[in-house]
Design a protein around this ligand. Structure first.
Ligand code: NAG
Ligand code: NAG
Ligand code: NAG
Length: 462
């Protein structure tokens, strides 16, 4: 297919715009609410073509219309069958035409030139979930750091001109400093010159387009994550990339990252300001103080909120040697722990769905220099349900609990930690950790779910 629009220089568009403005000067109400796209489609638009590869899919000439993405198909399209969906929450509809060019010429259409990165956040109801953001942003980081970009993805340059948040409104992200700073770090190598971020199109811009308008994307990029492809990894593509992101975060925000061998002698007990409750937290604190006295470590609690400044996370991580936390979104900050630090993760009862318990483990594993162990609650005695109604789920087997109802209940339930076991686990590891042993040599098996024995917990009302 011919590359379009390459031959059009900015001054051509400018001249065109001036000409159109001049011509329309007398007509009333020329204000365009669709401010975020600039030009009409080039005259020789082709059908949509799809270019899948292992870590991303590139779409050439993808269309948005009336809350859906469309592939306009004709003889110039390279595809007979479309992927089942663009991403987890975004379908793609095939629209067969005799000629994509005539189709576009006959519709009211806008055009976003260059490379647009489409980001579909898997769980739009939880835009402040750092864990899901890590799962979405790290594959994007891995992709944009490739040199050179795959040709079909790059169009004419390896740069992201427009970021399209396909299912998030601007207001739900306001004040989420962590998200915005992470976004800058992740896209740093791919932004247009002199900009911290590409132009951003939010969901409300797309949804407010008038119903008769079609909006074309010259090149739309979808980076695969584990929600789109089961084999999509949730960590960094290499240890080097992980270390570069961490170094960039620290140097960009003026916080000093301790060097290897100067690990802070601090146990940080990390907890979310809301939810993720540990009912015997005092007992856990006392056990950590015990360890601290024996091994010369200080113990500090830290209460995390999603709207805390990014620097406060960096600063807490920089001062942490051992991070003890219930499984939860704030553990995404483990990527900012100093080399050699240790994560001790406390997994709630019956908390598993598509390998979700390993989100943070897989990320730290990909970094190569963070130890990461977990204790898992394997009996309902470690769960404290807020009501009898929710306690019905206590007897469900782990397999049965893969439904969102049961998972939500267990995400909400408070947990009781088997403090003696967790303490023993840390104490066993500490001599090696203090010596600076490698992550491989201190590795422990990830605690699996108990498998059901042919019985079922579903008959809770029997
Ligand atoms: C677009 O349509 C108009 C009239 O419908 C026609 O005059 C023009 O030649 C068409 N342009 C292209 C590029 O097909
Ligand atoms: C973690 O990695 C394992 C093994 O590579 C994989 O099977 C699992 O799906 C991953 N889980 C997550 C949440 O990334
Ligand atoms: C399955 O059976 C074994 C042996 O009878 C028992 O120890 C284990 O607790 C049972 N597991 C569950 C989930 O009931």
């Amino acid at each position: 297919m011919r590359e379009r629009s390459q031959g059009f220089r900015p001054w051509v568009w400018l001249a065109l715009a001036v000409a159109i403005t001049a011509q329309k000067r007398c007509t009333a109400s020329e204000a365009r609410p669709e401010w975020f796209y600039e030009v009409s489609p080039p005259r020789h638009v082709c059908g949509t073509s799809v270019h899948p590869s292992a870590d991303h899919t590139a779409y050439k000439t993808l269309w948005w219309h009336n809350t859906q993405f469309y592939a306009v198909l004709d003889g110039s399209s390279n595809t007979k069958s479309l992927p089942p969906a663009l991403s987890m929450n975004a379908a793609i509809i095939g629209l067969p035409t005799l000629s994509a060019r005539d189709f576009v010429n006959n519709t009211k259409a806008g055009w976003i030139p260059g490379v647009s990165l489409l980001v579909d956040f898997p769980f739009a109801a939880y835009p402040d979930n750092f864990g899901h953001w890590a799962e979405v942003l790290l594959p994007i980081y891995n992709f944009v750091r490739q040199q050179p970009w795959p040709a079909k993805a790059a169009g004419t340059h390896s740069r992201i001109d427009t970021l399209v948040l396909t299912n998030l409104r601007k207001e739900v992200l306001s004040g989420l400093d962590w998200f915005w700073e992470m976004l800058k770090l992740v896209l740093a190598s791919a932004v247009p010159p002199h900009r911290a971020l590409p132009k951003i199109v939010f969901y409300e811009h797309l949804s407010h387009l008038s119903r008769d308008t079609w909006l074309g994307f010259e090149t739309a990029l979808v980076i695969h994550n584990r929600y789109a492809k089961s084999e999509g990894a949730s960590g960094f593509a290499s240890q080097q990339l992980a270390q570069q992101l961490r170094a960039a975060a620290f140097s960009g925000y003026g916080v000093r990252l301790p060097a290897r061998g100067q690990l802070p002698k601090t146990i940080t007990i990390f907890q979310a300001a809301e939810g993720e409750e540990i009912v015997n937290r005092d007992e856990l604190m006392a056990a950590m103080h015990d360890i601290g006295r024996t091994f010369g470590l200080t113990v500090r609690p830290y209460t995390a909120t999603a709207r805390a400044p990014f620097e406060s996370y960096l600063s807490v991580m920089a001062k942490t040697g051992i991070l003890v936390s219930r499984h939860g979104p704030f553990l995404a900050n483990s990527i900012f722990l100093p080399p050699g630090a240790m994560v001790v993760e406390l997994l709630p009862y019956n908390w598993e769905w598509k390998g979700v318990s390993k989100i943070y483990k897989n990320i730290t594993q990909s970094m190569g220099d963070i130890h990461h162990f977990a204790w898992r609650a394997k009996h309902p005695k470690w769960a404290v349900y807020p009501s009898d109604h929710e306690a019905r789920y206590a007897e469900w087997t782990a397999e049965e609990c893969a439904s969102s109802d049961c998972l939500d209940v267990h995400a909400r339930a408070a947990m009781r930690v088997d403090v003696a076991t967790v303490q023993e686990m840390i104490v066993e590891t500490l001599p090696g950790w203090l010596r600076g042993d490698s992550t491989e040599s201190l590795e422990r098996a990830w605690p699996d779910l108990l498998k059901a024995n042919g019985s079922t917990g579903l008959w809770w009302d029997k």
